[in-house]
Design a protein around this ligand. Sequence first.
Ligand code: PBG
Length: 329
Amino acid sequence: MYPLRRNRRLRTNESIRSMVRETIISPNDFIVPLFVVEGKNVKEEIASMPNYYRLSLDLLESEAKELWKLGLKSVLLFVKVDDKLKDNSGKEALNDDGLMQRAIKTVKNAVPEMIVMTDVALDPFSKYGHDGIISNGKVVNDDTNMVLAEMSLSHAKAGADMVAPSDMMDGRIFEIRTLLEDEGYCDTGIMAYSAKYASSFYGPFRDALDSAPVDLKDVPTNKKTYQMDFANREEAIRETLMDIDEGADIVMVKPGLCYLDIVRDLKDAVNVPIAVYQVSGEYAMLKAAAEKGWLNHDAVMMEQVTAIKRAGATMIASYFAKDVVKLLN
Ligand code: PBG
């Protein structure tokens, strides 16, 4: 009771504030998403993601070394493949000498201790820009799962530490886990995008990989039949518990900031680590506001990643990872 309790006493100065601080950000909290392209010495800035780049394998190698020096210990790889290699079967995704497979080896060779995670979904390889195979105007579930399992196996063979299925098909974690076990990859982990919403915050990412759903008759123009409806909350728990039953080691909520209620629900409901993906649109919003001088970039960035961790994230996949760690140093 006031004046016996004065809450301001614990805010008197930075020493006291830092002593009672509940959430501390460190380099261990981050997964760094990286976009990979063919070529040599290629570093292309993504128009809607200022200061974020697509890198060729040689520059991926130097980037991995730099990240490691900064204390960042895990990367999440995405590839942008040539239109000529896109089809409706995901064939190129299974190519053991494909860009993803070479990217995995490149990072592992450069920094063996780096945790290499890989995106598993068909959209970068799909001529329709969908995460699965299209048949009769629909994204078909079970046939897609077979390809995702083979794709995961190919990543595991190339040396991936964890595969990260981002597709939201039903039952894909089970199919992936089963095939990895059968083939002797029992140590390869699965980070499941469990509560992934059909969000408009993915726009800049789709620019980065040129992977947006195409606007064609007889093909869905959005991902709402597999990604979750952003109006739903309980469904996120259902999705996540299923993925854990099927063998997910880490579960994910995506996007980040607008979905922190979901993060807290999962934190209370599950006992595996929770990853949060602070997505491309979240990155773009802050960069744009900061460019205009409307927001203080570094201060807002730290507030955002701290809020994500405070909500219950064990780790954060974020395009800000390097900026944050440089600031911490
Ligand atoms: C594709 C995938 C997407 C993202 C990660 N994996 C886009 C989508 O589902 O359309 C989005 C990441 C971001 O926006 O930063 N399976």
